[in-house]
Design a protein around this ligand. Sequence first.
Ligand code: FA5
Length: 396
Amino acid sequence: MAHKRIAPIGVMKQGGTAWRPLVPVEGFFRAWNVLFLGSMGTMTDQLHGLTKDIDSLREEALSRLESLQSVDDSVAWEREFLGPKGKMTTLLRGLGGLPPEARPAAGRAAQSLRQELENTFRPVRERLAKGALLQRLSADAVDVTLPGRQPLIGAAHPVSTMIDELVEIFGLLGFRAIFGPEVETGRYNFDLLNIPADHPARDVWDTIIVDDPDVELVLRTHTSPMQARAMERSEPPIRVIVPGKAFRFEAQDASHEWQFSQIEGLAVDTHITMTDLKGVLQEMARQLFGPERRIRFRCDFFPFVEPGVEFAVDCAICNGTGCRVCKHSGWLEMGGAGMVHPNVLRAVGHDPDIFTGFAFGLGIERLVMMKYGVDDLRIFAATDIRLLRKLSFVAF
Ligand code: FA5
Protein backbone atom coordinates (compact mmCIF):
# COMPACT_ATOMS: atom_id res chain seq x y z
CA MET A 1 0.00 0.00 0.00
CA ALA A 2 1.19 3.42 -0.91
CA HIS A 3 0.47 4.83 2.53
CA LYS A 4 3.06 2.46 3.96
CA ARG A 5 5.72 4.46 2.20
CA ILE A 6 4.80 7.62 3.98
CA ALA A 7 4.25 7.34 7.69
CA PRO A 8 0.99 9.23 8.17
CA ILE A 9 2.26 11.09 11.12
CA GLY A 10 5.09 10.14 13.28
CA VAL A 11 6.43 11.26 16.53
CA MET A 12 9.72 10.68 18.13
CA LYS A 13 10.90 11.27 21.63
CA GLN A 14 13.32 14.13 22.01
CA GLY A 15 15.25 14.33 25.24
CA GLY A 16 13.04 13.68 28.20
CA THR A 17 9.34 14.20 27.76
CA ALA A 18 9.22 16.55 24.77
CA TRP A 19 7.62 15.14 21.63
CA ARG A 20 7.98 16.56 18.13
CA PRO A 21 6.26 15.48 14.88
CA LEU A 22 8.58 13.62 12.52
CA VAL A 23 7.05 15.18 9.44
CA PRO A 24 5.50 18.60 9.21
CA VAL A 25 1.78 18.34 9.63
CA GLU A 26 1.11 20.39 6.54
CA GLY A 27 3.35 18.10 4.43
CA PHE A 28 1.46 15.10 5.70
CA PHE A 29 -1.87 16.44 4.63
CA ARG A 30 -0.50 17.37 1.22
CA ALA A 31 0.65 13.78 0.75
CA TRP A 32 -2.60 12.44 2.10
CA ASN A 33 -4.48 14.58 -0.33
CA VAL A 34 -2.44 13.45 -3.36
CA LEU A 35 -2.55 9.79 -2.55
CA PHE A 36 -6.05 9.24 -1.37
CA LEU A 37 -8.31 12.10 -2.08
CA GLY A 38 -7.41 12.94 -5.66
CA SER A 39 -9.89 15.40 -6.96
CA MET A 40 -12.15 15.54 -3.92
CA GLY A 41 -11.91 19.32 -3.75
CA THR A 42 -13.97 19.99 -0.60
CA MET A 43 -12.19 17.52 1.63
CA THR A 44 -8.87 18.74 0.35
CA ASP A 45 -9.77 22.26 1.21
CA GLN A 46 -10.95 21.24 4.65
CA LEU A 47 -7.80 19.31 5.42
CA HIS A 48 -5.65 22.02 4.06
CA GLY A 49 -7.44 24.52 6.25
CA LEU A 50 -7.01 22.34 9.32
CA THR A 51 -3.32 21.93 8.61
CA LYS A 52 -2.90 25.65 8.46
CA ASP A 53 -4.89 26.05 11.64
CA ILE A 54 -2.64 23.61 13.49
CA ASP A 55 0.54 25.24 12.25
CA SER A 56 -0.57 28.76 13.02
CA LEU A 57 -1.87 27.71 16.45
CA ARG A 58 1.51 26.18 17.21
CA GLU A 59 3.30 29.28 16.05
CA GLU A 60 1.10 31.60 18.06
CA ALA A 61 1.12 29.47 21.20
CA LEU A 62 4.89 28.95 21.22
CA SER A 63 5.76 32.55 20.51
CA ARG A 64 3.39 33.75 23.22
CA LEU A 65 4.86 31.19 25.59
CA GLU A 66 8.28 32.76 25.12
CA SER A 67 7.03 36.15 26.23
CA LEU A 68 5.41 35.03 29.53
CA GLN A 69 6.70 37.09 32.46
CA SER A 70 4.71 36.02 35.47
CA VAL A 71 2.66 33.27 37.05
CA ASP A 72 -0.47 35.26 36.18
CA ASP A 73 0.67 35.36 32.52
CA SER A 74 1.15 31.60 32.57
CA VAL A 75 -2.32 31.01 34.00
CA ALA A 76 -3.82 33.20 31.27
CA TRP A 77 -1.79 31.41 28.58
CA GLU A 78 -2.89 27.99 29.79
CA ARG A 79 -6.50 29.11 29.86
CA GLU A 80 -6.27 30.56 26.37
CA PHE A 81 -4.55 27.64 24.67
CA LEU A 82 -5.13 24.51 26.73
CA GLY A 83 -8.18 25.36 28.83
CA PRO A 84 -11.62 23.74 28.35
CA LYS A 85 -12.69 26.79 26.36
CA GLY A 86 -9.25 27.35 24.86
CA LYS A 87 -8.03 27.34 21.29
CA MET A 88 -6.78 23.75 21.36
CA THR A 89 -10.18 22.49 22.47
CA THR A 90 -11.84 24.49 19.72
CA LEU A 91 -9.48 22.95 17.17
CA LEU A 92 -10.16 19.43 18.40
CA ARG A 93 -13.89 20.03 18.27
CA GLY A 94 -13.47 21.16 14.62
CA LEU A 95 -12.23 17.67 13.70
CA GLY A 96 -15.76 16.43 13.89
CA GLY A 97 -16.50 18.29 10.65
CA LEU A 98 -13.92 16.25 8.66
CA PRO A 99 -14.82 13.18 6.61
CA PRO A 100 -14.59 10.06 8.79
CA GLU A 101 -11.59 8.62 6.90
CA ALA A 102 -9.59 11.80 7.51
CA ARG A 103 -10.40 12.14 11.19
CA PRO A 104 -7.95 9.64 12.77
CA ALA A 105 -4.86 11.13 11.21
CA ALA A 106 -6.07 14.67 11.73
CA GLY A 107 -6.90 13.79 15.35
CA ARG A 108 -3.43 12.41 15.89
CA ALA A 109 -1.92 15.58 14.42
CA ALA A 110 -4.02 17.76 16.69
CA GLN A 111 -3.32 15.59 19.77
CA SER A 112 0.35 15.73 18.94
CA LEU A 113 0.20 19.51 18.96
CA ARG A 114 -1.63 19.46 22.27
CA GLN A 115 1.01 17.19 23.72
CA GLU A 116 3.74 19.42 22.37
CA LEU A 117 2.17 22.54 23.85
CA GLU A 118 1.65 20.89 27.23
CA ASN A 119 5.21 19.62 27.35
CA THR A 120 6.67 22.94 26.36
CA PHE A 121 4.44 24.85 28.77
CA ARG A 122 5.17 22.77 31.88
CA PRO A 123 8.82 23.85 32.43
CA VAL A 124 7.94 27.45 31.64
CA ARG A 125 5.22 27.45 34.33
CA GLU A 126 7.56 25.81 36.83
CA ARG A 127 10.28 28.37 36.09
CA LEU A 128 7.89 31.29 36.60
CA ALA A 129 6.42 29.82 39.82
CA LYS A 130 9.89 29.21 41.22
CA GLY A 131 10.95 32.76 40.32
CA ALA A 132 7.88 34.19 42.09
CA LEU A 133 8.57 32.09 45.18
CA LEU A 134 12.21 33.19 45.34
CA GLN A 135 11.16 36.81 44.96
CA ARG A 136 8.64 36.46 47.81
CA LEU A 137 11.16 34.73 50.02
CA SER A 138 13.77 37.41 49.51
CA ALA A 139 11.21 40.18 50.12
CA ASP A 140 9.95 38.56 53.35
CA ALA A 141 13.38 37.61 54.56
CA VAL A 142 14.05 38.12 58.27
CA ASP A 143 17.16 40.07 59.04
CA VAL A 144 18.47 38.18 62.03
CA THR A 145 21.13 40.79 62.60
CA LEU A 146 18.58 43.51 63.46
CA PRO A 147 18.25 44.28 67.19
CA GLY A 148 15.10 42.69 68.65
CA ARG A 149 12.19 44.64 70.07
CA GLN A 150 12.55 44.89 73.80
CA PRO A 151 9.52 43.46 75.56
CA LEU A 152 7.65 45.78 77.90
CA ILE A 153 8.17 44.44 81.38
CA GLY A 154 5.29 45.12 83.71
CA ALA A 155 5.49 45.80 87.42
CA ALA A 156 3.07 45.91 90.31
CA HIS A 157 0.86 49.01 90.47
CA PRO A 158 2.26 51.62 92.90
CA VAL A 159 -0.79 51.19 95.12
CA SER A 160 -0.25 47.42 95.24
CA THR A 161 3.43 47.95 96.02
CA MET A 162 2.48 50.29 98.85
CA ILE A 163 0.01 47.72 100.22
CA ASP A 164 2.78 45.10 100.22
CA GLU A 165 5.07 47.47 102.07
CA LEU A 166 2.38 48.30 104.63
CA VAL A 167 1.57 44.64 105.18
CA GLU A 168 5.23 44.05 105.91
CA ILE A 169 5.64 47.03 108.24
CA PHE A 170 2.50 46.29 110.23
CA GLY A 171 3.37 42.60 110.18
CA LEU A 172 6.55 43.42 112.11
CA LEU A 173 4.39 45.32 114.60
CA GLY A 174 2.22 42.23 115.16
CA PHE A 175 -0.72 43.00 112.82
CA ARG A 176 -2.25 40.35 110.56
CA ALA A 177 -3.69 41.35 107.16
CA ILE A 178 -7.31 40.40 106.47
CA PHE A 179 -9.60 41.31 103.59
CA GLY A 180 -13.30 42.03 103.39
CA PRO A 181 -16.16 42.53 100.94
CA GLU A 182 -16.27 45.67 98.78
CA VAL A 183 -20.07 45.49 98.67
CA GLU A 184 -21.22 45.89 102.26
CA THR A 185 -24.47 45.85 104.15
CA GLY A 186 -25.68 49.04 105.85
CA ARG A 187 -25.33 47.16 109.12
CA TYR A 188 -21.54 46.83 108.86
CA ASN A 189 -20.81 50.02 106.93
CA PHE A 190 -22.90 52.15 109.35
CA ASP A 191 -25.06 50.58 112.09
CA LEU A 192 -22.39 48.64 113.98
CA LEU A 193 -20.05 51.65 113.70
CA ASN A 194 -22.31 53.76 115.81
CA ILE A 195 -23.98 55.44 112.82
CA PRO A 196 -27.66 54.52 113.16
CA ALA A 197 -30.18 54.95 110.35
CA ASP A 198 -31.39 58.53 109.94
CA HIS A 199 -28.49 59.81 112.03
CA PRO A 200 -26.95 62.93 110.42
CA ALA A 201 -23.50 61.32 110.68
CA ARG A 202 -24.61 58.96 107.92
CA ASP A 203 -24.41 61.91 105.53
CA VAL A 204 -20.68 62.28 106.14
CA TRP A 205 -20.04 59.85 103.30
CA ASP A 206 -21.37 60.23 99.77
CA THR A 207 -22.52 56.68 99.64
CA ILE A 208 -23.02 54.68 96.45
CA ILE A 209 -26.12 52.57 97.10
CA VAL A 210 -26.56 49.13 95.52
CA ASP A 211 -30.17 48.69 94.50
CA ASP A 212 -31.45 45.64 96.36
CA PRO A 213 -35.05 45.37 97.65
CA ASP A 214 -34.21 42.89 100.43
CA VAL A 215 -31.17 44.31 102.15
CA GLU A 216 -29.44 47.67 102.44
CA LEU A 217 -26.32 47.27 100.31
CA VAL A 218 -23.66 49.86 99.58
CA LEU A 219 -20.24 49.99 97.95
CA ARG A 220 -18.29 50.33 101.18
CA THR A 221 -17.45 53.94 101.83
CA HIS A 222 -14.42 53.00 103.94
CA THR A 223 -12.60 49.91 105.20
CA SER A 224 -13.93 50.46 108.75
CA PRO A 225 -16.77 47.88 108.40
CA MET A 226 -14.01 45.29 108.78
CA GLN A 227 -13.45 46.56 112.34
CA ALA A 228 -16.90 45.24 113.22
CA ARG A 229 -16.44 42.01 111.28
CA ALA A 230 -13.05 41.32 112.88
CA MET A 231 -14.32 42.03 116.41
CA GLU A 232 -17.46 39.94 115.87
CA ARG A 233 -15.39 37.05 114.63
CA SER A 234 -12.58 37.00 117.24
CA GLU A 235 -11.95 37.42 120.91
CA PRO A 236 -9.31 39.99 121.92
CA PRO A 237 -6.41 40.33 121.66
CA ILE A 238 -7.05 41.46 118.11
CA ARG A 239 -4.47 43.10 115.87
CA VAL A 240 -5.44 43.33 112.21
CA ILE A 241 -4.95 45.53 109.20
CA VAL A 242 -7.36 45.60 106.26
CA PRO A 243 -6.10 46.96 102.94
CA GLY A 244 -8.75 47.37 100.25
CA LYS A 245 -10.87 49.55 98.03
CA ALA A 246 -13.45 52.11 99.12
CA PHE A 247 -15.99 54.00 97.02
CA ARG A 248 -17.70 57.35 97.33
CA PHE A 249 -19.99 59.39 95.10
CA GLU A 250 -17.48 62.18 95.02
CA ALA A 251 -16.35 64.89 92.60
CA GLN A 252 -12.87 63.99 91.40
CA ASP A 253 -9.95 66.34 91.92
CA ALA A 254 -6.20 66.09 92.52
CA SER A 255 -6.72 64.50 95.93
CA HIS A 256 -10.14 62.80 95.54
CA GLU A 257 -11.24 59.84 93.47
CA TRP A 258 -14.60 58.08 93.55
CA GLN A 259 -12.69 54.83 94.00
CA PHE A 260 -9.62 54.76 96.19
CA SER A 261 -7.77 52.52 98.64
CA GLN A 262 -7.54 52.56 102.36
CA ILE A 263 -5.79 50.56 104.99
CA GLU A 264 -7.69 50.01 108.19
CA GLY A 265 -5.94 49.14 111.42
CA LEU A 266 -7.48 47.76 114.60
CA ALA A 267 -6.03 46.69 117.93
CA VAL A 268 -8.29 45.53 120.78
CA ASP A 269 -7.04 44.21 124.08
CA THR A 270 -6.99 45.08 127.73
CA HIS A 271 -5.10 48.29 128.48
CA ILE A 272 -4.77 49.61 124.93
CA THR A 273 -4.24 53.36 125.03
CA MET A 274 -3.88 56.33 122.72
CA THR A 275 -0.12 56.09 123.26
CA ASP A 276 -0.13 52.71 121.53
CA LEU A 277 -1.97 54.24 118.58
CA LYS A 278 0.50 57.08 118.35
CA GLY A 279 3.49 54.75 118.66
CA VAL A 280 2.22 52.45 115.90
CA LEU A 281 1.50 55.28 113.45
CA GLN A 282 4.78 57.00 114.27
CA GLU A 283 6.64 53.77 113.54
CA MET A 284 4.76 53.27 110.29
CA ALA A 285 5.62 56.84 109.13
CA ARG A 286 9.29 56.35 109.94
CA GLN A 287 9.53 52.96 108.25
CA LEU A 288 7.78 54.29 105.17
CA PHE A 289 9.23 57.77 104.80
CA GLY A 290 12.41 57.82 106.87
CA PRO A 291 13.46 58.07 110.53
CA GLU A 292 13.22 61.87 110.61
CA ARG A 293 9.44 61.93 109.93
CA ARG A 294 7.13 63.49 112.53
CA ILE A 295 3.42 62.84 112.95
CA ARG A 296 0.59 65.09 114.04
CA PHE A 297 -2.72 64.28 115.75
CA ARG A 298 -5.50 66.87 115.66
CA CYS A 299 -8.97 66.44 117.09
CA ASP A 300 -11.52 65.13 114.62
CA PHE A 301 -14.90 63.45 114.72
CA PHE A 302 -15.68 59.92 113.59
CA PRO A 303 -18.76 58.30 115.16
CA PHE A 304 -16.97 54.99 115.78
CA VAL A 305 -14.01 56.37 117.81
CA GLU A 306 -13.78 58.45 120.95
CA PRO A 307 -11.61 60.46 121.06
CA GLY A 308 -11.06 60.80 117.34
CA VAL A 309 -8.11 62.38 115.53
CA GLU A 310 -6.96 63.40 112.13
CA PHE A 311 -3.55 61.93 111.45
CA ALA A 312 -0.91 63.77 109.41
CA VAL A 313 2.79 63.26 108.59
CA ASP A 314 5.18 66.13 107.96
CA CYS A 315 5.79 66.40 104.24
CA ALA A 316 8.70 64.22 103.14
CA ILE A 317 8.98 66.09 99.83
CA CYS A 318 9.84 69.49 101.36
CA ASN A 319 10.81 68.21 104.80
CA GLY A 320 7.92 70.15 106.33
CA THR A 321 8.89 73.53 104.89
CA GLY A 322 5.92 73.70 102.49
CA CYS A 323 5.57 72.73 98.83
CA ARG A 324 2.98 72.12 96.12
CA VAL A 325 2.30 68.53 97.26
CA CYS A 326 1.52 69.51 100.87
CA LYS A 327 -0.21 72.67 99.66
CA HIS A 328 2.47 74.70 101.49
CA SER A 329 1.27 73.55 104.91
CA GLY A 330 4.25 71.30 105.66
CA TRP A 331 1.86 68.46 106.60
CA LEU A 332 0.02 65.78 104.62
CA GLU A 333 -3.20 64.40 106.03
CA MET A 334 -3.19 60.63 105.77
CA GLY A 335 -6.36 59.56 107.52
CA GLY A 336 -8.44 59.33 110.64
CA ALA A 337 -7.86 57.43 113.88
CA GLY A 338 -8.99 57.16 117.47
CA MET A 339 -9.95 54.90 120.33
CA VAL A 340 -12.67 52.38 119.50
CA HIS A 341 -16.00 53.79 120.72
CA PRO A 342 -17.55 51.85 123.67
CA ASN A 343 -20.80 51.61 121.66
CA VAL A 344 -18.96 49.77 118.90
CA LEU A 345 -17.32 47.36 121.32
CA ARG A 346 -20.68 46.70 122.88
CA ALA A 347 -22.45 46.25 119.50
CA VAL A 348 -20.04 43.48 118.53
CA GLY A 349 -20.21 41.74 121.88
CA HIS A 350 -17.17 42.96 123.82
CA ASP A 351 -17.33 44.59 127.23
CA PRO A 352 -15.88 48.15 127.04
CA ASP A 353 -15.12 47.98 130.76
CA ILE A 354 -12.65 45.17 130.07
CA PHE A 355 -11.42 45.91 126.57
CA THR A 356 -10.19 49.01 124.87
CA GLY A 357 -8.82 49.45 121.39
CA PHE A 358 -7.59 51.83 118.78
CA ALA A 359 -8.43 52.05 115.10
CA PHE A 360 -7.13 54.00 112.13
CA GLY A 361 -7.96 54.35 108.46
CA LEU A 362 -5.40 55.76 106.03
CA GLY A 363 -5.65 56.65 102.33
CA ILE A 364 -3.13 54.50 100.48
CA GLU A 365 -2.95 56.77 97.41
CA ARG A 366 -2.04 59.65 99.74
CA LEU A 367 0.85 57.58 101.14
CA VAL A 368 2.06 56.84 97.60
CA MET A 369 1.77 60.53 96.69
CA MET A 370 3.93 61.50 99.60
CA LYS A 371 6.47 58.77 98.98
CA TYR A 372 6.95 59.59 95.28
CA GLY A 373 6.07 63.29 95.19
CA VAL A 374 2.95 62.78 93.07
CA ASP A 375 0.65 65.79 93.14
CA ASP A 376 -2.44 64.27 91.51
CA LEU A 377 -3.85 60.95 92.63
CA ARG A 378 -6.01 60.58 89.52
CA ILE A 379 -3.03 59.07 87.69
CA PHE A 380 -3.37 55.91 89.74
CA ALA A 381 -6.62 54.91 88.07
CA ALA A 382 -5.88 56.57 84.71
CA THR A 383 -3.98 53.58 83.29
CA ASP A 384 -1.57 55.91 81.52
CA ILE A 385 1.58 53.87 81.27
CA ARG A 386 3.74 56.97 80.60
CA LEU A 387 3.00 58.30 84.07
CA LEU A 388 3.66 55.01 85.74
CA ARG A 389 6.91 54.83 83.77
CA LYS A 390 7.89 58.21 85.13
CA LEU A 391 7.45 56.83 88.59
CA SER A 392 9.73 53.95 87.50
CA PHE A 393 7.09 51.37 88.26
CA VAL A 394 7.42 50.02 84.73
CA ALA A 395 10.79 48.79 83.60
CA PHE A 396 11.46 49.18 79.86
C1 FA5 B 1 -12.57 57.41 107.09
O1 FA5 B 1 -12.80 56.85 106.02
C2 FA5 B 1 -12.56 56.65 108.34
N1 FA5 B 1 -13.14 55.39 108.17
C3 FA5 B 1 -11.14 56.57 108.90
C4 FA5 B 1 -11.08 56.11 110.31
C5 FA5 B 1 -10.85 54.78 110.59
C6 FA5 B 1 -11.24 57.01 111.35
C7 FA5 B 1 -10.77 54.31 111.88
C8 FA5 B 1 -11.18 56.56 112.64
C9 FA5 B 1 -10.91 55.22 112.93
P1 FA5 B 1 -11.97 59.68 105.99
O2 FA5 B 1 -13.22 59.86 105.25
O3 FA5 B 1 -11.33 60.90 106.52
O4 FA5 B 1 -12.16 58.65 107.15
O5 FA5 B 1 -10.93 58.93 105.04
C10 FA5 B 1 -9.68 58.53 105.52
C11 FA5 B 1 -8.60 58.78 104.47
O6 FA5 B 1 -8.97 58.14 103.26
C12 FA5 B 1 -8.46 60.25 104.08
O7 FA5 B 1 -7.62 60.94 104.98
C13 FA5 B 1 -7.81 60.13 102.74
O8 FA5 B 1 -6.44 59.85 102.88
C14 FA5 B 1 -8.50 58.92 102.18
N2 FA5 B 1 -9.64 59.34 101.35
C15 FA5 B 1 -10.86 59.66 101.74
N3 FA5 B 1 -11.64 59.98 100.71
C16 FA5 B 1 -10.87 59.87 99.61
C17 FA5 B 1 -11.08 60.08 98.22
N4 FA5 B 1 -12.24 60.43 97.73
N5 FA5 B 1 -10.07 59.85 97.36
C18 FA5 B 1 -8.87 59.47 97.84
N6 FA5 B 1 -8.59 59.25 99.14
C19 FA5 B 1 -9.58 59.45 100.01
